[in-house]
Structures are given as structure tokens and as C-alpha cells.
Design a protein around this ligand. Sequence first.
Ligand code: MSP
Length: 511
Amino acid sequence: MKKILITTPIYYVNDLPHIGHAYTSVICDVLARYNRLNGNSVKFLTGTDEHGQKVENAALKKNIDPLKFVNQVSQNFFKLTDFLNLTNTDFIRTTQNRHKTSVQFFWQRLVENNQIYLADYEGWYSIKDECFFQEKELVKNGNNFVTRDGSNVEKIKEESYFFRLSNWQNNLLDFYEKNKDFIKPESRRNEVISFVKNGLKDLSISRTSFKWGIKVPNDEKHLVYVWLDALTNYITALNYPSVDQDFKEYWENSTHIIGKDILKFHAVYWPAMLMAVKLNPPREILAHGWWTNEGKKISKSLGNTIDPKILVDKFGADQFRYFMLREVPLGQDGDFSEKSFIKRINSDLSNSLGNLIQRTLKLHFKHFENKVQISLHEIRISQEILDEGYSLFSTIDKNIENFEYNKALEKIWSYIDKLNQYIDKQEPWNLVKEDKTKASEVLTLLIESFRLIGIILQPFTPESANKILNLLNIDFKEREFSFCRKEYCISKGTIINEPKSLFPRYNDQIS
Ligand code: MSP
């Protein structure tokens, strides 16, 4: 049994959750469930990033006290974990005391290790990105500078503490070299390496011009820079400042899943800071792509954000999860449209999978009452159809390790397609009239393959996977991946419940 930590970014509470947040969280949930089904002990962490100028401004704009504001907005992210069926084991909020203690201790360790000095910062700052920029990183928009992503920047000049990031350039490059899998996908790893090779400047890590944040120890007019505050959440949740055996074991197997826009913070600043306090960097970072809405960048100002709650209420959590995971490879950008959403879930979930299970179990129920009639060990026909099912698990393992969730689903569905071809070829609805034993054999083989599909789909579409396993009366203790072998096959006499529709079909003629 391995101890594994999986994390989402903590979400800014200046706004409501949208599909971008839901996407990162679902990816983490799949990995968490997958690892648990393989017998590992998984901590899955998510939460909210509640300090900084952006959040303070959002509260001021609403004329609400920042603490009251973050208490309200953070609830929306808490609800996200529920309606997406996330199996997180913790929900951290950076306004919690445990986190304040952890950040201030982390800061002290940086001071003790001579990693911090006081100076003046003069330069550009984007409140939207909570990020400092050098002028050469900006572009002109009319008379103003903006970031390459179009965020506004303002010139700031204030006293600031600096982290000696420039000292860590070689250690970072060494680390990337020795840990080739640290940043995935590879294209992102190359970007990070060339960013670091270009030279690192010391990083401003405190602010003095607003009030909402964690105070710098022994210098209360400074607030800890919100990114240092936020990144530390990952170790707060492991009980930092205590670094015990449990901490080390989870940290050694930690995965941060993030969007591509916040890679620099996670893959450059965070490992450097960790090394500076003599802790190891996390095991790996996956940077996923961004979603657009019908080809357009999703933004509040364009008014085209997509509320995941509305989609889940209308179509179901599994349908939402399936679409997001199946539609695009994780590292690439994806485009959302309700039309492609409905097309995908109708074709894969309702038609290929739902219909197959429905028609098989209906036939079984009608002609063989509610019991499996024959032991699988007595069946001599069509063994290859089962062998392929059993071997799915090892094939998919590699895909999950490489974050190729869409490929994993593609393989599961190509197996489902084969089962559809099999039933069409065998025509058990005719066989029952001519050769009832053979009909029972064909249906039993299909039922066993549904057991395998039910088990393997649990990380991706947990509710429907459990419905399938419930139809087959599979014991809860026998739903782990280790039961996907022939010796645990469905046994003669197992009660098969009357099938109910698993996935409704939606009208795809929307305007
Ligand atoms: N608070 C920081 C993270 C701190 S982690 C120590 C933050 N928060 S965020 O709420 O702005 O973004 C959270 C995540 O949502 C990021 O991983 C970001 O990439 C992701 N997404 C935001 N918009 C997105 C899309 N349109 N598509 C996909 N993911 C996107 O950054």
C-alpha cells in the first residue's frame, strides 16, 4: 500500500466556480479513486485561496468585510465537491489558523536559511494574476501595458521582502534533469526549462499596500505574498510544521494537478522555496489545458462563463465528468459546446453502454428469471471476449500513469463496441428459442463483462458504475481492481436485478 497525496489548486474566492475549476477537480478525483481502487491510501486535497488584493477588491466592491465575503464565496467551492461527487479528504481554507501557523513557520525557516532580504520593489503587478511582471514580459495595448494574456497591470513601488530565487537556478535545472517526469506533459516541461535557463530574478514575496493577508512574522506592515501563502497550503494539509513519517510518505508521492497558466508558480517558485527550507519538491506536476466556450476564451467580462452546477443539474454528474475527460487529451485545450456535449453522452453513454446493458439484462430477466444459470467455468465458447476484459486493467494502468485519461476511456469504449458486435452476432433473442443453454452462456459472458466494466468505470463515472455493480449484486468489498480476475467471476445463482435505464437520451436538436 502506497500513501499518495493528490491536490487541486486552491481556488480564488473572488468569483463563482466555473467549468475550469470543475475540470481540475474532476481530474484529481479520477486519480484519487483510481489509486484507492488499487489498494492505496489517498489524501485528496482541495480548497480555497482567500487572501490577496484580488479577493480584497472583490469584497470592497460588494461593500462586505473580507472575512464575511470569503466565508460566503468559499461555500460555493465547497458545494462543488458535493455535486461533482469528489472524494476529497480535506478542504483547506487559507484563512484557517492551521494555515497561518504553517505559512509563518515556513517564512521563518526561509529567514533562518538566509533566503530572504529586504529591499524596494519597483515594477508591474497584475491583480488579476496576482503576479509581478518585468516590462519586457508585457505588451502594449494602446498607451497601456498589459500581460500577454491581456490582464491589466499597474506600476507599484513599495518596500518588499525578496526571496533569493536567482540562487536556485542551477539546482532547479539539475532537479528537472534528474526527475524527467516531474512536469507533464513534456511540452510544458520544455517551456519551464527554457524559462529557468533564461535567468531567474529574486522574487518579491511581501506586499504593504493593502490589508488582507497573513502578516510577515516580526514585521507586521508586510503581508506575505499571496502565492507564497497559497502554495504552502499543500504542506499545511500534511500538518506542517510537523514533518513526521506520515508527512514524508505522502509528500514523496504527491501530485499537483493544475492549469497551464499557473505552471511557473508550481514548477519554478514552489520547488525552489521548498529546497530553500530543505524539503523535497513534490513528485510530479500535471498542467492541463484550458477550455473555451464555443471557440471563445471564457471570461467574466465576455459573460460566457459556464456554470458546472447547471450542467450537472441538467445532465448528471457522471455525464459531465465523462464529457470533460473523454473529449480532449489532458494537456491540450478543449472547446465546450452543448451540442458536442449532448452528442458525446448520447452516443457513448446512452447508446453504446446503456442500451447494451439494458437489452442484455432485460433478456436475461425475461428468460432466465433473475439468476445466473451457469458457472462461467463451464462455458467453453467465446472466452476471448472475457480475456480482453480482464486484460483491460493492465493496459489502462499505463494510460493513467501518463495522464492519458481520454485514451483509457477510448479503450474501455472500444471493448464496449466489441460487446455490442458480439451480442448482435450471437442474437441471443433468437437463440433462446433454439438453444436455450447457448443463450444463457452468451448472456452470462456478457454479464461478467459488465462486472468488469462496472469496476473499471468507478473512477470516471462513479454513480453509474455503482448502479451497474448494484444491478449485478456485486458485494462492496469486491469492487476493487484486484477482483477483476477470472477467479472472482460472477457465480452461478447470483441474483441479477431487473434493469433500469442507466443513461437517458437527450434531444440533440437544440438551436
Ligand atoms: N488561486 C490560484 C491557485 C493557487 S494554488 C496554490 C488560482 N486560482 S484560480 O481559481 O484562478 O484557478 C484555479 C484553476 O482553474 C487553475 O488551475 C486554472 O488553470 C483553472 N482554470 C481557470 N480557467 C480555466 C479554463 N477556462 N479552463 C481550464 N481550466 C481553467 O489560480
